[in-house]
Design a protein around this ligand. Structure first.
Ligand SMILES: *Cc1c(COP(=O)(O)O)cnc(C)c1O
Length: 364
C-alpha cells in the first residue's frame, strides 16, 4: 500500500542528523526555551524573510496568538474561509473573535477576493489560508485590506516556503502563523508552531502571551498562558529546515509527473505555483474513485470532507451560501504526496488513477 502521507519516511530520510539533534538536547539539560528554540527562531525568520519568529506549542495556538497580538480589539469580525482545517476557525474563536466564513475561488480553492468585496462587515480583519501549499490571492486581498484598514493574518500552516512575487508567504501580513504538525511541509516529530512578524510590538506581545505574560520571570505584565515550542522539537526543526527547499522541490516534481500523466483524463487538476502540501484532484464520482484506488493499493485522503460552516460548532458563522466550498468538499481527493515517494511509487499512482478514471468513464 502506498500511503497518502508518511511522516515516518521523512524521519528515516534524515535519521542520523535528527537523532544527533535529539541527543544534543537530552545531554544539554535545557528542555524548554533554550538555545535550540532561539536558534530555530532566528533561522526560520531569516528563511521567511521577516524580523521575528516566536516558537509556540502548535499551529492553532500560533494563529490564536497572532490574532490576539496583532488585531485591535475593535476589529471583531474575522473574514476567512470554510475550506480549511477546522483549526483556522477554532483559533479565531479562541482569540475572542467572530469568524465570518467566505467562499473560495474555483480555480485555486483559496479565499475569493470577490467575496471580500461583497462583504460589508467593518471593522474587520482577514485570515487568508494558503491551502494545500497554494498561496492565497494576496495581491487582491492586501489591496482590499489596505482600503478597509483591516489587518491581514496569514494562515501558513500548509505552505512553508511558498513564494508570491519572489517573497515567502508569511512575510506579507501583520503577522502569520505556521504549524509544524508532523505531516506539514516542515514537520516536527510532535506538535509545534510559530508566529512570524515584522513588527517589534507584535513580536513582543506574542513572547509575553506564550509564557504567563512574563517580561520578567514570575511577574505577569499581562494575562498570558503557556504555549511554548520545546527544545527537542526546535532541534529537529532546525535539521528539517535545512532540507525544506529540496523537499518542496521534490513535491513540485511529483506534482508535475501527476499533471503529465493525467493531462488527457476527465479530471480537475490542482493549480501550479505552490509547494504542494497536498495534491488535490476533483471528480464527480470521488467515492468510487477512492475505492478503486484503495483496491489498487493507493492510499488517499479527503481534506476536508465537511466544510467548517457545515460542522455543528461553527454552523452560524457563514451568512451566505458557500457553493464552491460545498462542491469542493463533495468532489476533492488528495493523492499520495510526500517528498520520499519514489519514482516507481509515483508511476504506480499515475497508473492506478488512469485505470480508475477510465473505468469510471466507461460506467464502471
Ligand atoms: C494544521 C493546520 C492548522 C493547525 O495546526 P496544528 O499544529 O495542528 O494546531 C491550522 N491551519 C491550517 C490550514 C492547518 O492545515
Amino acid at each position: 500500500m502506498i500511503p497518502q502521507t508518511d511522516p515516518g519516511a521523512s524521519y528515516r530520510a534524515h535519521q542520523s542528523e535528527i537523532d544527533e539533534a535529539i541527543r544534543r538536547v537530552t545531554a544539554s539539560g535545557r528542555y524548554i526555551l533554550g538555545p535550540e528554540v532561539e536558534a530555530f527562531e532566528s533561522e526560520f525568520s531569516a528563511y521567511i524573510g521577516v524580523r521575528h519568529c516566536i516558537g509556540v506549542a502548535n499551529g492553532t495556538d500560533a494563529l490564536r496568538l497572532a490574532i490576539e497580538a496583532a488585531v485591535p480589539a475593535e476589529a471583531q469580525i474575522g473574514l476567512t474561509v470554510s475550506m480549511s482545517a477546522t483549526a483556522t476557525v477554532t483559533a479565531l474563536v479562541a482569540a475572542g473573535k467572530t469568524p465570518r466564513m467566505l467562499d473560495v475561488h474555483p480555480a485555486d480553492y483559496t479565499l475569493n477576493p470577490d467575496a471580500l468585496n461583497a462583504n460589508s462587515d467593518a471593522p474587520a480583519f482577514v485570515v487568508p489560508v494558503h491551502l494545500y501549499g497554494q498561496p492565497a490571492r494576496l495581491r487582491e486581498i492586501l489591496d482590499w485590506a489596505a482600503r478597509h484598514e483591516a489587518p491581514v493574518i496569514e494562515d501558513c500552516a500548509q505552505a512553508h516556503g511558498a513564494l508570491v512575487d519572489g517573497r515567502r508567504v508569511g512575510s506579507f501580513g501583520a503577522a502569520a502563523a505556521f504549524s509544524f504538525y508532523p505531516t506539514k511541509n516542515l514537520g516536527a516529530l510532535g506538535d509545534g508552531g510559530a508566529v512570524v512578524t515584522n513588527s517589534d510590538e507584535v513580536a513582543e506581545r506574542v513572547r509575553l502571551l506564550r509564557m504567563y505574560g512574563w517580561r520578567q520571570r514570575y511577574i505577569s505584565d499581562l494575562h498570558g498562558g503557556n504555549s511554548r515550542l520545546d527544545e527537542v522539537q526546535a532541534a529537529i526543526l532546525r535539521v528539517k529546515l535545512r532540507h525544506l527547499d529540496s523537499a518542496n522541490a521534490r513535491r513540485i516534481e511529483i506534482a508535475r509527473a501527476y499533471a503529465t500523466a493525467f493531462a488527457d483524463l476527465d479530471l480537475s487538476l490542482p493549480p501550479t505555483g505552490g509547494v504542494f502540501h497536498q495534491y488535490v484532484i476533483r471528480h464527480p464520482r470521488r467515492d468510487s474513485l477512492r475505492q478503486s484506488l484503495e483496491l489498487q493499493g493507493v492510499g488517499t485522503s479527503v481534506l476536508y470532507p465537511v466544510p467548517i460552516h457545515r460542522q455543528p460548532a461553527y454552523a452560524g458563522f457563514a451568512t451566505t451560501e458557500l457553493d464552491v466550498t460545498d462542491e469542493l468538499a463533495r468532489t476533492l481527493l488528495c493523492l499520495p504526496m510526500y517528498p520520499e515517494l519514489t519514482d516507481t511509487e509515483v508511476e504506480r499512482v499515475c497508473h492506478a488513477v488512469r485505470h480508475a478514471v477510465s473505468n469510471l468513464d466507461l460506467g464502471g
